[in-house]
Design a protein around this ligand. Structure first.
Ligand SMILES: *Cc1c(COP(=O)(O)O)cnc(C)c1O
Length: 397
């Protein structure tokens, strides 16, 4: 590994190869784990899924139960199906998130009420939630923006005062903690994504987590057609009943084996992300009108999904130029997220929202650039990203 990595760096230095925004990190261990499953008789919901669930729960701590599913979107859908929200119910939803957070609420027929974020962390706060509260509000759907954990103690207190259920979208927050508690353990349900560019990948895949055993019990059935017992619980093979209307959101054994091998390297990958983030951040220090989105509370541990750099006025107008120049210099970029969800045409057309109601979420969408910090970025790459971004921004004026 060591020599392969340094060779990559040398090659890049020589050729100026592009540094991609996201790249899955797959090793020989992962390949072997998947091939072993292919040689086994069980290809779905078997021992690999069960072991992945236990190992993920141990990684998180906090006494949660984990259930493998097909995606984070599936986990979000299951969270609301279990709760039984529907027409007439409002859910406070982060405006600055992936559409999946809002779509899951929308599929239930409930109404998402979008909530603005803090301009420094990109997260909703107890205050922004309070301001958006409606009489019909039943629950909160929040996201830990780019791996920066929300202030969960404050949000939990707000939710308890108003009897609200909390679903935490943890798609970008594997390894993020607030006061030592992993994201997904303080709310009522948490959802993770194992899409290729996230912290861990299973190709497609996700995890539903909850600290309520009765919720886990119900979601376990809902993810598998609503069948009352798994094949290991059946006294007569093939005999079961279906007391619930469920779906098929089960993960395959191939995916779970890949996920387990990825999880075993999660700490190492998180350390690489933190080091890359710090290196790029150092290079950007002292540049006027530039703000790096990060944890602002010492109790919050960021999982560093990527680095979002906000260009403040008068630089904001030059974002397109910055992105074009960085991409030409071989620095891959992205935007998180390209629109606040209420400005996406589905939501804008349905609810007639005016996005000026979410100024901070709007600023992140319109004036930020996301930079790569994942484990595919070597220390030398991080230095190159930092210098290139700093020099390019200085040249914008
Ligand atoms: C990627 C992402 C999702 C979607 O995850 P899938 O596993 O692809 O369904 C949901 N929420 C957030 C915050 C994400 O970043």
């Amino acid at each position: 590994m060591q020599s392969a990595d340094s060779q990559t760096v040398t090659e890049r230095a020589a050729t100026g190869d592009p540094i991609h925004f996201g790249r899955p990190w797959i090793t020989e261990d992962e390949r072997r784990a998947v091939l072993e499953v292919l040689d086994s008789p069980i290809l779905t919901h078997g021992p690999q899924c069960a072991a992945f669930e236990e190992e993920f729960a141990a990684f998180m701590g906090g006494g949660v139960e984990c259930l493998t599913v097909t995606s984070c979107m599936a986990a979000l859908h299951l969270a609301w199906l279990e709760r039984g929200i529907g027409p007439g119910d409002d859910v406070l939803v982060a405006a600055q998130t992936h559409v999946a957070t809002a779509h899951a609420v929308e599929w239930m027929g409930a109404r998402p009420v979008f909530v603005d974020c803090d301009p420094h962390t990109g997260n909703v706060t107890a205050e922004t939630l309070e301001r958006a509260l409606t009489p019909a509000t039943k629950a909160i759907a929040l996201v830990h923006y780019l791996g920066i954990p929300c202030d969960m103690p404050a949000i939990r207190a707000f939710a308890d005062a108003h009897d609200l259920w909390i679903v935490e979208d943890c798609a970008l927050s594997v390894g993020a903690t607030f006061d030592g508690a992993h994201t997904g353990t303080v709310g009522d349900a948490g959802t993770f994504s194992f899409y290729p560019v996230k912290h861990l990948t299973t190709g497609e895949g996700g995890m539903f987590v909850t600290r309520h055993p009765e919720v886990a019990k119900k979601v376990r059935k809902l993810r598998a057609f609503g069948i009352d017992r798994s094949h290991t619980e059946r006294t007569v093979p093939g005999m079961y009943d279906v007391p619930e209307l469920g779906l098929n959101y089960r993960m395959s054994e191939l995916q779970a084996a890949l996920g387990r091998a990825q999880l075993a390297r999660a700490r190492e990958a998180l350390d690489m992300r933190a080091a890359n983030f710090a290196a790029i951040r150092r290079a950007l220090e002292g540049i006027p009108h530039v703000r790096v989105i990060d944890s602002t509370d010492a109790r919050a541990v960021n999982s560093h999904y990527c680095m979002s750099v906000v260009l403040e006025a008068p630089l904001a107008a030059h974002r397109g130029e910055l992105i074009a120049k960085l991409n030409r210099a071989g620095v891959g970029t992205s935007i998180y997220y390209p629109q606040p969800v209420p400005r996406m045409s589905y939501y804008r057309d349905k609810y007639g929202y005016d996005a000026s109601r979410w100024p901070n979420a709007t600023e992140l969408s319109d004036a930020s650039v996301a930079l790569p910090v994942g484990p595919h970025v070597t220390a030398a790459d991080a230095e190159r990203i930092g210098t290139t971004v700093a020099d390019t921004i200085r040249g914008l004026r």
